[in-house]
Design a protein around this ligand. Structure first.
Ligand SMILES: [Zn+2]
Length: 480
């Protein structure tokens, strides 16, 4: 029996976060709205209406096209009608791009665990409108048209992915990029990033592309991984037992973790595509395109590399700090405000600031504590004005009060006690009231020194300079 490898391509539908829908003035995001409250004659396809293309949709789509380095943003692209009958498609056709899409070519690079890079090619990017939603209840079907006309960008990859894990990695990178560019919230559970996976298998070493199946309706990255894994296993079993793979469309049942056959896949001819007569072609001005290219921000992988080089960060730190754009900006602003080793800033951000961000369920860009505050706080810890544990508490206090770290330290008297005379007299008291522990120390068990330091920390509510306290106790106990 030959060894098999899998060949996977992904089709993603990205909901662009524009204010309004693609061809009318209805609000694009109606996640929290009641069914059928966010609709108009255009998006429900009433007779006599005309669609008008939303400029913001094109702008956001072009930004992604440039970020994935497409071979070309087409100077002229067209919309077409994709005809099919479905209850939640009121016009009886979906306006989509077909043979003349917005952009062609491009790639996304995936760093693999072994250090190599998998280049995932992009075949095309095209614009289309979303359909409505069918809600099934026992014996009933309800149609919600709110989603009709929501702008989608479909991005199709080549058959370049080799494992379910790589497919998951691709989605993680894509989601990061979409949020980084600010063009989609990319929340899979809200349908803002949807993924269909094309899966086939072949003997290792072969370049053939065999019959593929398409997995639809998977709504989380974890489920994409599980569904693809299940389908690869199914195909291998099928072939090994002498069967044939047929071009099925499969549906992932999240609750049972199984795949169902939905229907035999339609061929393109079934959709009777033709050019949309109610819309003009999309013309891309070359000067505008150049302006867009200039406006493209530094992308996550470039920024990660730059952080490693400029700030001498370990790769692990740099990867985490560039996971989200405002986090990476936060890091740079803190480093600029802090005089000292950027790695110290990185440690504070990875341990304490990320904890705060998670607890608040927010992003770095929306924190109340500003990078300059964090720099000030770290500087106080480094200068031993406050202890590290006071610093951690201070982080939360600044976030909740909006005051500066220095103001809080002054107001609450959180400064570290480094006054040797004061600490020495406290130490003498502790020694006098604990003769048993002193005897243990003088008897040779000097590890009990830590216990004495602990007593001092209790007395000073953790504010004593620990190194100084150790030195004082050692001196006093040696003399006992
Ligand atoms: Zn509308």
């Amino acid at each position: 029996m030959p060894e098999f490898e899998s060949v996977i391509g992904l089709e993603t539908h990205i909901q662009l976060n524009t204010q309004t829908k693609i061809f009318c003035g209805c609000k694009a995001d109606s996640w929290e709205d009641l069914p059928n409250t966010n609709i108009c004659p255009v998006c429900t396809g009433l007779p006599g209406v005309l669609p008008t293309l939303n400029n913001a949709v094109v702008t956001k789509a072009v930004l992604l096209a440039l970020a994935v380095q497409v071979d070309s943003v087409q100077p002229k692209s067209y919309f077409a009608r994709k005809n099919y009958f479905y209850p939640d498609l009121p016009k009886g056709y979906q306006i989509s791009q077909y043979d003349e899409p917005l952009a062609l070519g491009g790639f996304i690079d995936l760093p693999l665990p072994d250090g190599s890079v998998r280049r995932v090619t992009i075949e095309k990017l095209h614009l289309e409108e979303d359909a409505g939603k069918t809600v099934r209840q026992v014996g009933e079907r309800w149609i919600d048209f709110n989603r009709c006309g929501v702008p989608l960008l479909e991005m199709v990859t080549g058959p370049d992915l080799r494992t379910a894990d790589e497919a998951a990695q691709y989605l993680i990178r894509l989601r990061q990029l979409l949020r980084w560019l600010g063009i989609s919230d990319a929340d899979m559970e809200r349908g803002q990033l949807r993924c269909d996976a094309n899966v086939s298998i072949r003997p290792v070493g072969s370049d053939d592309l065999n019959t593929k199946t398409e997995i639809k309706n998977v709504n989380s990255i974890e489920n994409v991984r599980s569904a693809i894994e299940a389908e690869i296993k199914r195909q291998i079993r099928e072939v090994q037992s002498g069967g044939r793979i047929e071009a099925w469309t499969l549906d992932w049942d999240e609750d049972k973790s199984t795949l169902h056959k939905m229907r035999s896949k339609e061929s393109e001819a079934d959709y009777r595509y033709f050019r949309e007569p109610d819309l003009l072609p999309v013309l891309i001005d070359q000067d505008w395109l150049e302006q867009m290219r200039d406006a493209l921000p530094e992308l996550p992988l470039e920024r990660k590399e730059r952080f490693i080089e400029t700030y001498a960060l370990p790769e692990y730190d740099s990867e985490i700090l560039t996971e989200e754009r405002t986090l990476s900006e936060y890091f740079e602003r803190t480093v600029q405000a802090f005089i000292g080793d950027p790695k110290v800033v990185s440690n504070w951000m990875m341990n304490d600031l990320l904890r705060l961000i998670r607890e608040r369920g927010t992003t770095a860009g929306k924190l109340i504590i500003q990078p300059e505050h964090l720099a000030e706080l770290i500087a106080m810890v480094e200068a031993k004005t406050i202890t590290a544990s006071t610093g951690k508490e201070l982080l939360d206090k600044v976030e909740h009060s909006g005051l500066t770290p220095e103001a809080i330290v002054k107001a609450e008297g959180l400064g570290q006690v480094s006054d040797e005379g004061k600490l020495r007299s406290l130490a003498v008291e502790i020694i006098e009231t604990n003769p048993d522990q002193v005897a243990t120390y003088t008897g040779g068990k000097t590890t009990i020194l830590g216990w004495f330091v602990g007593q001092m920390m209790k007395e000073t509510r953790g504010k004593a300079n620990a190194q100084l306290v150790q030195k004082i106790f050692r001196e006093l106990l040696e003399k006992s």
